[in-house]
Design a protein around this ligand. Structure first.
Ligand code: PLP
Length: 366
């Protein structure tokens, strides 16, 4: 018996793939985060950041939590706020699905939608600027600040990485996950580089995002990408990256529902495609652990809506052979570390990053 719903966060299963993965290639294992009570991996960083804030006296009973989130992190905070009695304000954007908006509201969160795009054609900077402004104005408020607070990656370093490696008995060849704030990849790669340095680490981004360089343009994959290199990510820890076009991410997620009975969102579709590619190049002893950050039921009105898919110009029909061929044709990107990397300090100044974040980062060390 669990004392509260929040005690059920973590200890998610690892599952094998029966039909899209073949026995003579590397084994693909999914770390299936849909089983968290808030439905995604973000429950882990959200509970970690909230409990650290409580321990440090930054968040007191009856306080307000303010965050910029396209959905999952906001939903996790909203669930935690409901369970612990905090007011939660989530700042989202027009890409947030109506299911996510309904979930936020059902947990009692107040939702603010920003409509102004930033200089990268995305909404991240507009959302963060507003969150930081509100945090200054609202008494007894706390900003977890998932984009800039290194506690985000610390959550995955201390919990997710250990749990996953224990479940695999320390046997893995490659680790793959999607990147936005870099919390997951930053924390898990830090852990792997310290304790299992031979594991290959792969980041997955959306075509159109510029975390790993390139030209920015808009894209449809929710929850992935950023208009700068995230503070929580150490590029030196990443062996290579893949940028996945929208249609491929959506089609792969649909294929896993149809041919494996596994629901996942588009960001996980992108990662699963890369996992199939990597497995195709490994012998049967190889093991590819791929993070499936959330479940597809969150995207019923987009990913699993044929009309919406057609409006995007995406195809609907997909079979195992097509997905496996798509995977085979993917090309990795080399990750280069810029010489003039000032850890986004200019951007942090421009966005008025809260002093609580700056102090935390000093303590945790860049
Ligand atoms: C569905 C989904 N996948 C992947 C990510 C990326 O995770 P991170 O922000 O830890 O880089 C997110 C983040 O919002 C997400 O919601």
């Amino acid at each position: 018996m669990f004392p509260t719903i929040l005690d059920t966060i973590g200890n998610t299963p690892i599952i094998t793939i029966a039909n899209l993965n073949q026995p003579d290639e590397g084994q693909v294992l999914f770390k299936y985060e849909r089983f968290n009570p808030g439905g995604s991996i973000k429950d882990r960083s959200a509970i970690f950041m909230i409990e650290e804030a409580e321990k440090r006296g930054l968040l007191k009973p009856g306080g307000t939590v303010i965050e910029s989130s396209s959905g999952n992190f906001g939903i996790s905070l909203a669930m935690i706020g409901a369970a612990k009695g905090y007011r939660v304000i989530a700042i989202v954007d027009p890409k947030t699905t109506s299911s996510n908006l309904a979930l936020l509201k059902s947990f009692g969160a107040e939702v603010i939608v920003v409509n102004e795009k930033d200089d990268c054609g995305s909404y991240h900077k507009t959302r963060i600027l507003l969150a930081n402004k509100l945090a200054k104005e609202i008494k007894d408020s706390y900003r977890p600040d998932q984009c800039f607070n290194l506690l985000n990656r610390e959550a995955h370093y201390q919990n997710t990485a250990r749990e996953m490696i224990e479940q695999c008995g320390g046997k893995l060849t490659t680790f793959i996950t999607a990147v936005s704030t870099g919390g997951q990849l930053g924390g898990i790669s830090k852990y792997l580089k310290s304790f299992l340095p031979e594991v290959q680490i792969i980041g997955v981004d959306a075509m159109g995002s510029i975390i790993f360089g390139g030209e920015p343009h808009s894209y449809r994959i929710p929850g992935v990408g950023l208009g700068w290199t995230p503070h929580n990510l150490n590029l030196q820890h990443i062996d290579c990256a893949y940028k996945i076009p929208d249609e491929q991410a959506f089609l792969t997620a649909r294929a896993f529902a149809r041919y494996e009975g596994i629901l996942m969102g588009p960001s996980s579709g992108a990662c699963a495609l890369v996992a199939l590619k990597v497995a195709q190049n490994l012998s049967a002893e190889g093991r590819v652990v791929c993070m499936i950050s959330d479940g597809g039921d969150r995207y019923i009105q987009t990913l699993f809506n044929d009309e919406w898919m057609k409006e995007q110009g995406f195809s609907l029909q997909v079979d195992i052979g097509t997905i496996r061929l798509m995977a085979k044709q993917l090309q990795p990107l080399k990750v280069s570390v810029p010489d003039n990397d000032n850890m986004g300090l200019d951007l942090m100044k421009y966005l008025n990053v809260p002093t609580t974040t700056l102090q935390m980062n000093e303590e945790l060390g860049q």
